[in-house]
Design a protein around this ligand. Structure first.
Ligand code: PSU
Ligand code: MN
Length: 303
């Protein structure tokens, strides 16, 4: 694959240093400007403080970038031009038409794997949307997680989704979901979900060993590490549920469909909660980036 590495990521690869992939759909579509830019910087900083090198992934003017220079990240954040939301299936079109866009979890997993990066931090993965038995809206993220050997650190799946169905589909796809210091699946804005996890790890070295066993010993696909969102900004589940119900009704009334659904829900939730979900989202992104940095360091050390 033709990949364009930033100088920093190229140097890190040559030196065998730990690298953490970061998605950019959260910058281009998931968060409003300028919070998106400060969140991207905070995530990169958290990865660096943990001793790893951040590699934000995006397509810029048709080039597949692994690691973004300041100006490219700013372009994605400002959104003054047409920016695509790029899942795996959109990549070829973006490359061929020299378009630019942020990569979702599916495309970021694929491109991180192509670049030999084994750890990736995001906010929440996509999954099975509520009402899927009617409209069949299921994110490509699940298929990509199953396929590409990358450890994805997240705060669970977004709570706007149908979490039990998302967990079932992850099982069907053979993707392990492992709690980090918790027995309960986090639900993005909230620390719990009422869904018990079968597996947990309590330290980063064990997390690295599980990832290595899956990728290297067994030659299998991806896995999920779910980290509860930070206590100070996490929201109670019942409060989140009330707002989700109203937001979903809005989406339905306004005829929001397909890939527009996730960005719509995220921004409506922020409006309805007076910015509380936005604050929670920013805090959990950085928190996940920190753990991913530690995981990449442990993985590179051979823990
Ligand atoms: N989580 C966030 N913000 C986001 C997303 C997740 O906090 O913007 C994005 C991710 O890139 C994820 C995508 O892969 O939403 C899922 O979109 P869809 O449901 O259309 O597959
Ligand atoms: Mn979808």
């Amino acid at each position: 694959m033709d990949l364009r590495f930033s100088d920093e990521v190229r140097r890190a690869r040559d030196a065998g240093q730990p690298i953490v992939a970061l998605e950019t759909s959260v910058v281009a579509q998931g968060l409003p400007y300028p919070d998106n830019l400060s969140a991207a910087r905070a995530c990169e900083e958290a990865v660096r403080r943990a001793g790893a090198v951040p590699a934000a992934i995006a397509v810029v003017d048709g080039e597949v970038c692994i690691g973004l220079e300041e100006t490219a990240m700013r372009r994605l954040a400002e959104g003054k031009e047409r920016l695509l939301k790029l899942g795996s299936r959109d990549l070829a079109i973006a490359v061929a038409t020299r378009a630019s866009g942020g990569t979702t979890v599916s495309a970021t997993c694929e491109l991180a794997a192509a670049a030999g990066i084994r750890v990736f931090a995001t906010g929440g993965i996509g999954g099975v949307h509520r009402g899927a038995s009617e409209h069949w809206d299921i994110s490509q993220d699940i298929a990509a997680l199953a396929r590409y050997p990358v450890a994805v650190v997240c705060a669970g799946a977004k709570s706007v989704l149908d979490l039990p169905k998302t967990m079932e589909l992850l099982e069907t796809a053979g993707v392990p979901v492992i709690g980090v210091g918790t027995d309960e699946l986090p639900s993005f804005y909230s620390r719990g979900s009422g869904i018990q996890l079968e597996h947990r790890v309590d330290d980063v070295d064990t997390a690295a060993r599980v990832a290595r066993a899956r990728f290297e010993t067994l030659g299998q696909g991806g896995l999920l590490y779910t980290v509860p969102p930070p206590e100070e900004t996490a929201l109670p589940r019942n409060e989140v549920e009330l707002h989700i119900a109203a937001t979903l009704a809005d989406a339905d009334r306004q005829g929001v469909r397909g890939k527009a659904v996730t960005p719509f829900l995220l921004s409506e939730m922020a409006k309805r909660t007076g910015g509380k979900t936005l604050k929670a989202n920013l805090a959990l992104l950085t928190n996940n980036a920190r753990f991913a940095g530690q995981l990449a360091v442990a993985y590179a050390r051979g823990a």
